[in-house]
Ligand binder design. Structure first.
Ligand code: PXL
Length: 282
């Protein structure tokens, strides 16, 4: 079991099973001490609800960082997700370099888009800032839409080949300087998964599982949290990607019987015993 401390930076969507309400239970179930830095507090996530509240916490960040510095609080792993403002990106960058332990790992999920469209409140300008923010990240976890916006290229949902995916992951890695997990990749209508680029080995590998038709909100956060936990526990890049894929698929399957009513997220909680047993075996 890992004795590393993860700091995850993303919003609190009070209702809706995403961001911190997903990351914290997943990392805790994996036995990992997890500190949180909420980037914003929303009454719900923005994917399908209307009229949600949004409190931006950007201005709280410098004081939180200063207090942690005074208390000598530092972290082994940083995992960033949904970040509410451009100004916050520069505060977070500063915090990561200030509060890192030697050999700390920096994981960035550049949450901003899906299905070829930006989430509410994000635009090309934010994508440019996010690309700059990712420099120096050890691992980045974009989906295909985020990859397209980060590289300023048209979004391709399907009809691509391995050469296209491999040029995307290599170009993304040139932006960050680290490893890349590109999610939502599919070469076969029955399979969906992730392309992993290991920069040191200059090698691309793939991990697929069954494709379950439809859009499941919050699965990017389930995936990124599981991956972060697995890396923190010492799994290799490929094994961490494979565990994140299989746990995400299980979380989706738990939701299927109740899908209409439970449209806003996935019932990942029901799949946590599987995650615990897999991480115990690893
Ligand atoms: O799951 C990504 C996410 C996180 N946080 C908020 C969101 C979304 C996606 O829509 O709206 C607030």
């Amino acid at each position: 079991m890992s004795d590393k401390i993860v700091l995850t930076i993303q919003d609190v969507s009070c209702f809706g099973q995403c961001s911190l309400t997903v990351a914290l239970p997943i990392l805790s179930a994996m036995g990992i001490e997890t500190a949180i830095l909420p980037s914003a507090v929303l009454s719900t996530h923005t994917g399908g609800f209307t009229g949600y509240t949004f409190r931006d916490l950007t201005d709280d960040l410098p004081a939180i960082q200063a207090h942690w510095a005074k208390e000598n609080v530092s972290f082994d792993v940083f995992y960033t997700g949904y970040v509410g403002s451009k100004k916050q990106l520069s505060y977070i960058k500063n915090l990561v370099s200030d509060r890192r332990k030697p050999n700390a790992i920096f994981i960035v999920d550049p949450v901003m888009a899906d299905g070829g469209k930006f989430y509410h409140g994000f635009d090309e300008d934010f994508a440019r800032e996010m690309a700059a923010f990712m420099k120096g990240a050890d691992v980045i976890l974009p989906n295909l839409s985020e990859a397209a916006f980060l590289l300023g290229r048209p979004y391709k949902e399907k009809g691509y080949d391995k050469a296209y995916i491999e040029s995307l992951v290599r170009d993304l890695s040139d932006i960050s300087g680290g490893n890349v997990l590109l999610t939502g990749v599919s070469f076969d209508p029955l399979l969906l998964g992730v392309a992993t680029y290991d920069r040191k080995k200059d090698a691309v590998s793939y991990c697929f599982d069954e494709r379950i038709e439809g859009n499941f909100h919050g699965t990017g956060d389930v995936f990124a949290s599981t991956f972060t936990g697995a890396i923190t526990c010492g799994l290799s890049l490929e094994k961490a990607a494979a565990l994140a894929v299989s746990f995400t698929v299980r979380a989706i399957k738990e939701t299927l019987p109740d899908r209409k009513k439970h449209w806003y997220g996935v019932r990942f909680e029901k799949a946590l015993p599987y995650l615990v047993s897999e991480i115990d075996k690893a």
